[in-house]
Design a binder for this molecule. Structure first.
Ligand code: 9UX
Length: 72
């Protein structure tokens, strides 16, 4: 079954930022669908456990230079 996580992303100031993060997340192995909302700063990521995990998703965002925190 697919799992879903939400991240609060900081440092995104323009639409190119959110598009960049969204593209990166969708390119991760195991991610089924990722959407990033610039206005709310939230990313919703559906992923397949075993192929990737929340820590990897968060790291991918941080590696782009943005902040990422868990949202529940
Ligand atoms: Mo525009 Mo977003 O230069 O970093 S891509 S602010």
């Amino acid at each position: 079954p697919v799992e879903r996580i939400e991240l609060a992303i900081s440092g995104m100031t323009c639409a190119a930022c959110s598009a960049r993060v969204e593209k990166k997340l969708n390119a991760l192995v195991g991610v089924q669908e990722a959407t990033v909302n610039l206005a709310t700063g939230r990313a919703t990521v559906k992923y397949i456990p075993g192929l990737t995990e929340p820590t990897e998703v968060r790291k991918a965002v941080e590696n782009l230079g943005y902040g990422a925190n868990w949202v529940q």
